[in-house]
Design a protein around this ligand. Sequence first.
Ligand SMILES: Cc1cc2nc3c(=O)[nH]c(=O)nc-3n(C[C@H](O)[C@H](O)[C@H](O)COP(=O)(O)O)c2cc1C
Length: 645
Amino acid sequence: MSELSHLMQPISIKSMEVPNRLVMPPMGTGLAHRDGTVSKANLAYLERRAQGGAGLIITEITSVHPQGTAAPGTICAYDDSFIPGLVQMVEVVHARGGKIAMQLHHAGRESFYQLQKGQALGPSAVPSLVYGMKPNEMNEDDILAVVQAFGSAALRAKKAGFDAVELHAAHGYLLMQFLSAHANQRSDKYGGDLGQRARFIVECLREVRKQTGEDFPISIRISGEEMIKNGYSIEDMIHIVPQFVEAGADMLHVSFGTHGTPGGMTCAPVEYEPGFKIALARRIKDVVEVPVIGVGRFTDPVMINEAIARGDADMIAVGRQHLSDPDFLTNALNGKGEATLTCLACNQGCIERLAFEQKSVRCAINPETGQELIYPREKVPNQRRVWVIGGGPAGLTAASEAARLGHQVTLFEKGEQVGGQVLLAARAPYKEPYGRFIEQLAARATKHGAVIKTAQEITEADLDPQSLDMIIVASGGQNAKLDIPGAELPLVCDAWTLLKGETPVGQKVVVIGGGLIGMEAADYLYAHGAQEVMVIEAQPQSPVLKLTSHGYMLHKRMRQAGFRLATDTRLKEIESDGIIIEHDGNEERISLDQVVVAVGTQPIDNLKAAAEARGITCAVVGDAVATRRIIEAVEEGARAAWEIN
Ligand SMILES: Cc1cc2nc3c(=O)[nH]c(=O)nc-3n(C[C@H](O)[C@H](O)[C@H](O)COP(=O)(O)O)c2cc1C
């Protein structure tokens, strides 16, 4: 406990007494009803997070004006009819002892939904950084209407019982668009130098203060630096923030970047260390008297405590860790920190699912997140004898969930270690946390009572209906082989033997297959001394999207290392010291000393038919169905366990 004493110290902000310094920052969920009212799913999600014990929970973006709504399924507060649902959000958090602030939001030009309808507003008609479409330039009436909308939404929050509000002036949404020289090219009193460009935010703050009264706590979320070409810097920002305090801000919540910053920096990937942007909060703290919240990749309460003890920030916001395991604080306080599932910053289930798939929030490693309403919590009345075949993320999740629900579970892994392909992925640069994830998941399965047996392969002959009710086949995939001349030559290896360290790294290497494994193998090759790496991909574009944060980092590292990515290119033949490729009907010979094959896996499922023939129920999950990501493996493993009857 004493090692968390700074974190656990209460803090008062105006009328709000926050019991500790942990903040759950705003995170959009996409769980609201399409009309913007609060749903049962919102409340269940929020309740589960509130159980974790953060002193302050800030809601996801909440729309202050119909024209500023980011997308259907965003919570709204632009009309009194929304108040009853908002009251329920407050009750859920207060019942768990936390405080709750509403994040007031207007998307401005960064809403695809409004842009498509031709209704997006912006300070100037400058295209959105994310969607490339132009908003309508706001006139003074529009500005006045939005200023008032912020004020009246804040008042509704107060009426609904919220402890505070937060103006979202970060991440490239409307308030930040006014601050940005890129988005704001106005020549009236709302444009010009940074001081002038801050006027709109100042007016919104004043209106919120006017409508909510002197005692009501107001936070403002800013991006300490804009992180786009010619964007504003922290040096610029420290001159502006005192104006915000003067206009009514009682708290400064210091994030960074915009959704247009390359590589999705607002939700930084695994490449970035916990607290990598905390210096921004520190700089702001040096120029204001009010409390400052810092954020960015924090997961470990001990580290959070240290940041507060150092005076980097007064409070720390922890976003994605609240999705991967909302109990991380309680676990640490109870001396059970090892039970926590640490966020991988993979973004598969959270920000990238919301942004690129238009789906509601999940977590790649925590199947409960976003599914709180259907997540089974009670032990089952009928305990079944379940075998799980294979110890990758799908199998381990199935075993853990089935055992948690009270089934008798044995997991068989034919290898020496559990982890499946994740163990190998964990050997790529920066991905060591994936190895820790497997350890944490295995520990969790064991804690729930699953028995894990390694180096044990199950065959059809072992399937005995007298001793077994169900099998969950999570046996993964085996490496697909190349079917071309020369595929058996000694210079050819597969990505797995390379990543395992069983094959020495060549000097001049071609990787066949530009999917995630191929790109990570290339990354590994450079990190281990290869001089030249080329990646060949049959598809016209790299399957590793630069839009995703990890994909962006991978491409950037490879480009800096000088790699060549040949898309729309086919491998025709391998020779003893080179390969022949074909692109656009032209052949090219490339000399090299190593060929690394990363063309995916073929599902292994040789037990389903035999199990069913013996009357044993069977589910097939994860890569044993088809090669996919961790999120699909975990989701299918969990579902199979939840559906045992
Ligand atoms: C799924 C998701 C939704 C988010 N939505 C919001 C939002 O509504 N408002 C906001 O200010 N930030 C939003 N963020 C950013 C987070 O508040 C936070 O700044 C970010 O996740 C970095 O913190 P972390 O590294 O602790 O996750 C979102 C992040 C995620 C992962």
